[in-house]
Design a protein around this ligand. Structure first.
Ligand code: ADP
Ligand code: MG
Length: 344
């Protein structure tokens, strides 16, 4: 009998590993392939190139009931730029491919592309190609981004050293709560279409969910402070899951402290409305697109007064695992509950 294994038996990362295990790089110029925010290839010249790609599917990654197409276009570009930034690289080019059903009009696609254009201008990237197809239903968008970086400046997930400080930009958990607000209003609308959605007072969280920014500015702050991170990742799946990528790939553990995790006042307020713990939103929520990185202890003085960053913990021995230290000094193991591609 032919064997049949369900995709969700593996989980996203194990699946990718399984399918690509026999692909051995054949070029010396492939410096880093699968396994980081972007691949690194050398171009024989001064810079290395970094390449990343993302696929967005209607009904899985976005819901057009509450996502304006212009915002979707902007976000689709921003999340790719974010992966380029996570390599400490400068984004330069994107390609955009989409498959679309006849449910969408020219005007709708113009809206989508106007958002993409806005992001291209904001991040200084050129749209250089793509592919276009019809689809039996819905909308799918795939974007590839290419950036460049000096080889000595590139930052991967595996470079953290014992006792390095763990730093994150901005604040966390907001995008997840923005999504909860939108989902709540959607349910209200579905049961009583005559009621107008009430989204007032949620501006910050909605912006975090609908119009996230890639933190290119953070790379500039770091360069101004003369800090070269030892490892870096963008927070797309939640602090726990993304920090565990750095720890695992650097073969270390980590301790982060509950009272150091940056939470916006709106995040704390609205989490309470939903009966959620804002810390859990930060740890497991995802889509914040902040940069999470490690620096050597000697860089502490340079970064400690900066309003852009929070020092949330440090790297430990691998044997102690990845832990959250609570306000009452209890230690809990972090869990990678981030976004799962094949959840049931
Ligand atoms: P990110 O969350 O930063 O976008 P992912 O979790 O999507 O990264 O991917 C992790 C790594 O696996 C990346 O190096 C990515 O290029 C690679 N990858 C993902 N899907 C595939 C695939 N179908 N085939 C080959 N490599 C893949
Ligand atoms: Mg990433």
């Amino acid at each position: 009998m032919e064997q049949r294994t369900e995709l969700n038996a593996l989980g996203e990362f194990a699946l990718i590993k399984h399918l690509t295990q026999y692909f051995i790089p054949q070029h010396e110029s492939t410096i880093k392939g699968i396994g980081d925010d972007a691949a690194i290839v050398s171009s024989d010249g001064v810079h290395d190139q970094v390449v990343t790609t993302d696929l967005l599917i209607e009904g899985v990654h976005f819901d057009l009931m509450y996502t304006p197409l212009k915002h979707l276009g902007y976000k689709a570009v921003a999340v790719n730029v974010s992966d380029i930034c996570a390599m400490n690289a400068r984004p330069k080019y994107i390609t955009v491919s989409f498959a679309v059903s006849n449910r969408f009009s020219l005007e709708a696609m113009e809206e989508l592309y106007s958002g993409m254009q806005l992001a291209c201008e904001k991040y200084g990237v050129d749209l250089i190609g793509g592919d276009t197809s019809s689809a039996p239903s819905g909308l799918m968008i795939s974007i590839t981004a290419i950036g460049e970086v000096l080889p000595e400046k590139v930052v991967t997930r595996d470079g953290a050293k014992l006792n390095d400080l763990i730093v994150v930009s901005g604040d966390l958990g907001g995008a997840y709560l923005g999504l909860q607000v939108l989902e709540r209003e959607k349910e209200v609308y579905k049961s009583t279409p005559s009621i107008q959605p009430d989204l007032s007072g949620f501006d910050y969280l909605l912006q975090r969910q609908l119009k996230p920014e890639a933190r290119m500015d953070v790379l500039q702050f770091l360069s101004d402070l003369k800090i070269q991170p030892t490892a870096m990742i963008d927070v797309s799946d939640g602090l726990s899951s993304d920090l565990m990528h750095i720890a695992k790939q650097s073969m270390l553990g980590c301790d982060i402290y509950e009272n150091k995790i940056p939470l916006a006042p709106d995040t704390i307020r609205v989490a309470a409305d939903f009966g959620l713990d804002p810390l859990t939103c930060a740890l497991n929520g995802g889509e914040d697109y902040e940069l999470l990185f490690t620096i050597t202890q000697t860089d502490y003085e340079k970064i400690k007064g900066s309003p852009h960053f929070s020092i949330i913990g440090h790297m430990t021995e691998e044997s102690t695992g990845c832990r959250l230290i609570t306000k009452s000094n209890e230690a809990f193991n972090l869990q990678a509950q981030g976004w799962q591609a094949f959840k049931e």
